[in-house]
Design a protein around this ligand. Structure first.
Ligand code: NAD
Ligand code: DAO
Ligand code: ZN
Ligand code: ZN
Length: 369
């Protein structure tokens, strides 16, 4: 069949809207019509050429929602008409990683997914007879995609695609980092570095779990109002405090934060996020994806004296199990997604969505097919 898609033919070039050929689902695979997709910072990072795993030509996009159109042989958990969110972190429920209960990083299809291929080692997309690679196993910048069954979360039918697509990455990453990775408790003090599409979701989860203090750190003052709406209690612009950031934050949190969340990908901020944690127990969660080759450092004494450095991928969420629950939380009014979706665009204007993100003007731009 044919599908309209925004293709990244080369790094650092705008996406091109073209018609691709799409092969139908093979064994264990599902054909999905994507209805809406968010544009995440990670798509821009890969398109910039900085991502050492970035493969071109490919169809980017990993934050989508849609409807099952067809299923391949052996698919048992999904049928035509089901509403789904594609998962760049699948959940097979049978690999060593899934069974460990210690991680959400299912490895069942990791090797081929990392090479832009389906589990059998080929692509389903072609353009003028040449292969076009998949991205993060999802490629939601295409109207139709083929995805392994284990990389689809089945969601309720009444959830609006143009909102819940954001649960495919940003919402789950931010909310999950607080509840699944940090397991932050009521009454805690927290600092969130970076008030973008991820950081604002960290903030709303901290408010929901009953944090006493939620400090937001950003160099863009225009993020203050929306962060306050989502639960931020104190705003810090490092450029305006006239003091070193770490002692300033330690003082503001009365001895250091119980939890800090780094949501920018800047390794200097990652160090500051660790070092403003409370001595003896403070935990810093790295969420931001740093430039390829970048390294983090601190004095080991920071760890000896009880601070903990952790990372979080997809919020530590098990996609097929947790994503449907997060959709329910949205539908029940427990989490706010609507106010974070600042722009809606047709596929033809997807490059404008990237511009809005680079200019700091959007929280989430969503493309509707
Ligand atoms: P974004 O661009 O929407 O937000 C980043 C925010 O950080 C902006 O408000 C910006 O003003 C602020 N910022 C930038 N430099 C800063 C500095 N030096 N000091 C203070 N604030 C600064 O990005 P996003 O979509 O929220 O993504 C954030 C990061 O999370 C990215 O690195 C992205 O790749 C990563 N990410 C990680 C996961 C995961 O599973 N771990 C998932 C999705 C995204
Ligand atoms: O299992 O080795 C692995 C890789 C898992 C990939 C998890 C990616 C999470 C962070 C990337 C940003 C997502 C948009
Ligand atoms: Zn993302
Ligand atoms: Zn698994």
């Amino acid at each position: 069949m044919k599908t309209r898609a925004a293709v990244a033919f080369e790094a650092q070039k705008p996406l091109q809207i073209v018609e691709l050929d799409l092969e139908g689902p093979r064994e264990g695979e599902v054909l999905v019509e994507i209805k809406a997709t968010g544009i995440c910072h990670t798509d821009a990072y890969t398109l910039s050429g900085q991502d050492s795993e970035g493969i071109f030509p490919s169809v980017l996009g990993h934050e989508g929602a849609g409807i099952v159109v067809d299923t391949g042989a052996g698919v048992t958990s999904l049928k035509k008409g089901d509403h789904v969110i594609p998962l760049y972190t699948p959940e097979c429920r049978e690999c060593e990683y899934c069974l460990s209960r210690k991680t959400n990083l299912c490895q069942k299809i990791r090797a081929t997914q990392g090479k832009g291929l389906m589990p059998n080692g080929t692509t389903r997309f072609t353009f003028e007879g040449k292969p076009i690679f998949h991205y993060m196993g999802t490629s939601t910048f295409s109207n139709y995609i083929v995805v392994p069954e284990i990389a689809l979360a089945k969601i309720r039918q009444d959830a609006p695609f143009d909102k819940v697509c954001y649960i495919g990455c940003g919402v789950t990453t931010g909310v999950g980092a607080v509840i699944f990775t940090a397991k932050a408790e009521p009454g805690c003090r927290a600092v969130v570095f970076g008030l973008g599409g991820i950081g604002l979701n960290v903030i709303q989860a901290l408010r929901i779990i009953g944090a006493d203090q939620i400090v937001g750190v950003d160099i863009n003052n225009s993020k203050k109002a929306i962060a306050e709406k989502f639960g931020m209690t104190d705003f810090v612009n490092p450029k305006e405090i006239g003091a070193d950031l770490v002692p300033y934050l330690v003082d503001l949190t009365k001895g250091g934060a119980d939890y800090t969340f780094e949501c920018t990908g800047n390794v200097t901020l990652m160090r500051q996020a660790l070092e403003c944690c409370h001595k003896g127990w403070g935990e810093s969660i790295v969420i931001g994806v740093a430039a390829a080759g970048a390294e983090i450092s601190t004095r080991p004494f920071q760890l000896v004296t009880g601070r903990v450095w952790k990372g979080s991928a997809f919020g530590g969420a098990r996609g097929r199990t947790d994503v449907p629950k997060i959709v329910d939380w949205y539908m029940d009014g427990k989490i706010n997604i609507d106010d974070l979706i600042t722009h809606k665009l047709p596929l033809d204007k997807i490059n404008e969505g990237f511009d809005l993100m680079h200019e700091g003007k959007s929280i989430r731009a969503v493309v509707e097919f």
